[in-house]
Design a protein around this ligand. Sequence first.
Ligand code: LTN
Length: 329
Amino acid sequence: MDRVLSAVKPTGRLTLGNYIGAIRQFVQYQDQYEMFIFIANEHAITIPIDPKELRQNTKDLIALYLAAGLDPEKCTLFLQTDVDAHAKLGWVMTCMSYMGELQRMTQYKSKTINGETGITAGLFTYPCLMAADILLYDAKYVPVGIDQKQHVELTRNLAERFNHRYSDTFVLPEPLMASTGQKIYSLQDPTKKMSKSEENPKGTIDLLDPPAAARKKIMSAVTDSVGIIQYDPENQPGLANLLTIESCLTNESIDSIVERFQGKGYGELKKEVGQVVFDFLTNLQAKYKEIIQSGKIDEVLAQGAEKANYIANKKIRKVYKKIGFTITK
Ligand code: LTN
């Protein structure tokens, strides 16, 4: 089975957009691929974060991933800091990369262009750590959004450079782009992605929002003045977003939903989407609470760390030998 690796930074709360755009796919992938998913807590401190918040986010993420249907028997779930090899190979990858190629990373570039201050060296070199994250596990595919594609390209370059300089060691990973139609937009500005960092809380549905509050957000979602229910993302992006949300959560096709709503108003559609979101969150949060209270998280993480360490340690041992760090046989 091919390996797929993904990671999530515990820097904010998960949104409905994260669920539909990523987590839902992971649940399907776990039958098809050998999945590794970890909490990228080492990446979380590239920007200062309150320890309490970091701890809480980490727990919530694991619990929500499990609640969403990730099965620890099929998918290895772990914390990055539980596997020392990430930091070790991260340093090696930092030394494999050139200042110039890191300066070209769009995330870093946009921050400097915007004149942001307080950019840490960690933020600059984090693509090297991300490369290490991927290469340790011989991951063939890395599911990423468009913003992370460049980092997977860099990972390939660093892997190739290492393989060439020493000898064949790393698998070159490929980005696995999510198929279209699954990107969820802000409910208040449907031209922008629904994001955990969005300022307007009305635009974003948190997976831990009270279901009734989430329903209200759907009811007050921005639409348009066309007045016809049809799927036209270009001219009716708000409406298209609501149709996508309902379709993804119920598996009913968008065409079928549109057909049912012929001649009806936006208010009626919003009511139905609101109910679908309400039911989805109620169910997810019940599972989340059960997981938090059960103590299952510690167990899952211990088991995940053991499996991840086994694979990652084998790789780092090889790397240390090839580089010349290890002087015994
Ligand atoms: N950089 C990613 C998180 C991340 C990641 C990874 C994703 C860290 N390491 C390895 C895929 C594979 C982000 O900011 N979302």
